[in-house]
Design a protein around this ligand. Sequence first.
Ligand SMILES: CC(C)(COP(=O)(O)OP(=O)(O)OC[C@H]1O[C@@H](n2cnc3c(N)ncnc32)[C@H](O)[C@@H]1OP(=O)(O)O)[C@@H](O)C(=O)NCCC(=O)NCCS
Length: 288
Amino acid sequence: MTTAAVVEIDHRDPALIAAFCDYVPRVFRTVDFRRWCGWGEWNDDYRAFAVLDEGHVVANASVTRMRLRVDGHEVLGYQFGAVGCVPSHRGRGLSRVVMNAALESCGEAPVLLFANKNVLGFYPRFGFTPREQALFGAAFQAVPGGEPAPVLELAEAHVRTGLVSLSEEGLAVTERFGARGHARIASWYAANAFSRPLRQLHAEAWVFAGVENGTLHIDDIFAREPFDLRPHIPRLIDQPISSVHFGFTPERWWPRAEVVGEDSEAYLFVRNLVPPPGPHRFPVLART
Ligand SMILES: CC(C)(COP(=O)(O)OP(=O)(O)OC[C@H]1O[C@@H](n2cnc3c(N)ncnc32)[C@H](O)[C@@H]1OP(=O)(O)O)[C@@H](O)C(=O)NCCC(=O)NCCS
C-alpha cells in the first residue's frame, strides 16, 4: 500500500503553485494554468491535492468548490479536475492517494467531474457513476444586422471583475443542472484560448458565442436579468445562420430548443449527487 504524503496547494503558496503549473502540461499536453494564475484567478475555491517527489508534483487531484444549481436549488458541491499522474510514476497507487485525499476534503457533499474516454473505468473505483449529457439546439434563420456586439477581453482585469460579479449576483444560465459563480472557470478557458469570444450584448448581459458552419454556438450567458436573446442574435453573427446550439440546458433562454443529440464527448461522473431526471447539459464553461 502506498503511504505517500499529500500536500494541499492553495493560492497562497507561490512555490507550490509553480510546481503544480509544471505538472499540468506533463500530463495534459495542451493545458496550462500559468496565464490563469497570472491573472489572479486562483482563489479559495480551488485547491490541489498533490504528491511531490523531489519538489515536483507527480500526482494530483484538484477540487473546485461550486455553487451548484440542481433543479432550481442551490447545493454546495465540488468538482474534480486536473486528476492525473506523470507517466514515470503511474501504476504505483499515487492517483488513488490524491483522489482519496481530495474526496475526504469534500465529506459527504456532492461531487462531479468530467472524465475522458481513457479513464472511464477509473472513477467508478471511487464511488462515481456515469451520467449522460444532452446537446440542445433549435432551427433559427438569421442574418447579420445591427451594431456587432463588442468583444470583451478577459486579459483585462476589469472584464474579469465584471464577469465575476455577473456570475455571482446574476442569473444562473440554467436551473436544471449547472452552477452560479463559475466566472473563474470560464476565464480558465479564455486564458487557454479554448473559449469562443466573450461578447457584450448590453452592460449587464455578456455571452460566450461564435459561429461555425452556419450554427451559432452560445456557450454561456452571464446576465443580471432575463432578456429575450432572439433580437440580439444578428449582432452575434458575421454570416447567415440556420441554427443555434447551446452549451447548457436552455430552458430559460430558448424553451422550444430540442435535444439534438448526445454530448458524446462529455463523460460526466457524479458522487452523492442525483442530477435531475430528463435531458440536461452541465454548462460547458463550468467544467473543470
Ligand atoms: C488515470 C491515471 C490518473 C491513473 O493514475 P495511476 O497513478 O497510474 O493510478 P493508480 O496507480 O493510483 O491506480 C489506482 C487504481 O485505478 C486503476 N486504474 C488506473 N488507471 C486506470 C484506468 N485508466 N482505467 C481504469 N482503472 C485504472 C488501477 O488499476 C488501480 O486500481 P486498484 O487500486 O484497484 O489496484 C493516469 O493514468 C493518468 O494520469 N492518465 C492521464 C491523465 C488523465 O487522463 N487523467 C484523468 C483526467 S479525467
